[in-house]
Design a protein around this ligand. Structure first.
Ligand SMILES: Nc1ncnc2c1ncn2[C@@H]1O[C@H](COP(=O)(O)OP(=O)(O)O)[C@@H](O)[C@H]1O
Ligand SMILES: [Mg+2]
Length: 293
């Protein structure tokens, strides 16, 4: 059954209900993050769930956390089925992660290897990306000469706000700003190379970090279709808007409506739900060899 919201489980306190994940407090140091099947587009959670989406997000994140431990420590802990209410156990185990609670750094660490979306808009009008000059003559969806770090200040209630790297250094200090950038770029390069070997470009992605004690730690989700733009290389064409393997499909549908992109969002028709579900499953299969059908 698709899950729109998780009930407050017996004995588990809600830590935070985000747009997609419901997170519970297991103890002072440990959280249980449960990915629902909610889909948010243009920062609005839509009323229609996408079956299997929560499982895809969780299983892909787990796969990547496992592969990237040599680049950055992360928050993932071993499962402990006993802490999950028995009635929900089978379903929750597939969509949840037990994680170490971190002191979150309120920055979205965005890395772009290609120019599209808001980055393309900025470049087309200003010739810059995150305020920094780019070579002239780039085309839409074009590959950048090297991946760029374009951080944003996290806003839990509205849209995130792009900030410059200089700005980031002012907010978190030079040393931490440098660490965030270096680790983010290293993670991006690692995943982009893997995705490319599967016929997929990782156009851009975002990370969140926090401190667990003194240790800078990767948290939240990584390299999922929700946090990343994945492009089918066989369909990529420089100079044309590229279509992500997953959410772009929903966005394209929403653009055909007169909806003004403020809540409440519209219901999705069956074929859009099914098409979106298939795309999430396909991403997990193509990129991580996960068979989640
Ligand atoms: N290890 C962690 N410690 C503390 N907070 C975390 C950790 N991992 C993720 N989070 C936070 O939990 C929330 C996950 O839910 P999500 O639905 O992604 O929220 P959002 O609407 O902010 O994207 C996010 O606010 C994220 O910053
Ligand atoms: Mg999130």
């Amino acid at each position: 059954m698709p899950v729109m919201t998780t009930a407050i489980a017996d004995g588990l306190r809600v830590f935070r209900r985000g747009k997609v994940r419901d997170t519970f407090e297991l103890d002072d140091d440990t959280l249980l993050m449960v990915a629902t099947d909610r889909l948010s587009a243009f920062d609005v959670v839509l009323p229609t769930p996408i079956p299997d989406k929560g499982r895809v997000l969780t299983q892909m994140s787990r796969w990547w956390f496992d592969k990237t431990g040599h680049i950055s420590p992360n928050h993932l802990l071993e499962d402990d089925p006993e802490i999950i209410p028995a009635a929900d156990r089978d379903d929750w185990l597939q969509r949840s992660m037990r994680v170490r609670r971190a002191e979150r750094i309120d920055i979205e660490c965005v890395v772009r290897g290609f120019i599209s979306g808001s980055g393309w808009k900025e470049y087309r009008t200003e010739g810059t990306l995150a305020g920094e000059a780019l070579p002239a003559g780039l085309l839409e969806s074009g590959k950048l000469d090297h991946p760029r770090f374009t951080p944003a200040a996290k806003n839990d209630t509205g849209h995130d706000v792009n900030i410059s790297r200089a700005n980031l250094a002012d907010v978190v200090g030079t040393a931490l700003a440098q660490s965030l950038e270096q680790v983010s770029i290293d993670l991006y390069n690692f995943a982009a190379a893997h995705a490319e070997s599967r016929g997929v470009y990782l156009a851009d992605t975002k990370f969140e970090f926090g401190f667990i004690g003194e240790e800078l730690t990767l948290i939240d989700e990584i390299f999922t279709p929700d946090s990343s733009r994945f492009w089918e290389i066989s369909q990529w064409q420089e100079g044309e808007a590229a279509t992500s393997m997953d959410k772009q499909f929903v966005r394209d549908f929403l653009e055909t409506l007169t909806w003004d992109k403020t809540p409440p969002g519209p219901e999705l028709p069956y074929d859009v739900v099914e098409g979106t579900r298939r795309r999430y499953l396909e991403a997990a299969h193509r990129i991580c060899d996960l068979d989640l059908q």
